[in-house]
Design a binder for this molecule. Structure first.
Ligand code: CA2
Length: 145
C-alpha cells in the first residue's frame, strides 16, 4: 500500500493564478496540485488535497489525518504568521510536516517574516513559487521512507 501524504493550503490560495501573479505566479492551485501528483507518482506516494479559507476546517482536517496520513505538506497562507491553533494541531498529531511558501516570506513585510508554524515542522521552503511545493514534497518523502 502506498504511503498517503496530505497537501494542505490555507486562505486565499484558491485564488492563485487569478490575481497578483507578480508575487504568487501564474499557476492555479489545481495546476500546482497536478505537478505534485506527477511527482508523487514518480516517488510512489499517494496524495490527498485540501484547501480552506477557515482556520477551524484546517484544524479539523489535521486531526482527521491521524488515521491514515504519513506526512503533511502545508502552505498555511496568512495563518502562517499567527495561527497558534494550526500550530497546536500539527504538534498534537505529531505527523511529519513541511511548510512551503510561494513567495519568500523573509524578503517581504515585517509581519510575514515570522512563522508560528515552522517550529513544529521539519523545515520550510520559501520563495520558489510552485517549485517550493515540489521541493517540500521531496523533503517530506525522504522523511516518510
Ligand atoms: O507566499 C506564500 O505562499 C504565502 O503563504 C501566501 C499567503 C501570504 O499571506 C503568506 O504571507 C505567504 C497569501 C496567499 C494569497 O494568495 C493569493 C493568490 C492570488 C491572489 C491573491 C492572493
Amino acid at each position: 500500500m502506498l504511503a498517503i501524504l496530505l497537501v494542505l493550503n490555507g486562505p486565499n490560495l484558491n485564488l492563485l493564478g487569478t490575481r497578483e501573479p507578480e508575487i504568487y505566479g501564474h499557476l492555479t492551485l489545481e495546476q500546482i496540485n497536478g505537478q505534485l501528483k506527477g511527482l508523487a507518482d514518480e516517488l510512489g506516494l499517494e496524495l490527498e488535497f485540501f484547501q480552506s479559507n477557515h482556520e477551524g476546517e484546517l484544524v479539523d482536517r489535521i486531526h482527521q489525518a491521524v488515521s491514515n496520513v504519513k506526512g503533511i505538506l502545508i502552505n498555511p497562507g496568512a495563518f502562517t504568521h499567527y495561527s497558534f491553533a494550526i500550530r497546536d494541531a500539527l504538534s498534537a498529531v505529531n505527523i511529519p510536516c513541511v511548510e512551503v511558501h510561494l513567495s519568500n516570506i523573509h524578503a517581504r513585510e515585517e509581519f510575514r517574516k515570522q512563522s508560528v508554524i515552522a517550529p513544529v515542522c521539519l523545515g520550510q521552503v520559501s520563495g520558489f513559487g510552485a517549485l517550493s511545493y515540489l521541493l517540500g514534497l521531496r523533503a517530506l518523502a525522504d522523511e516518510v521512507y
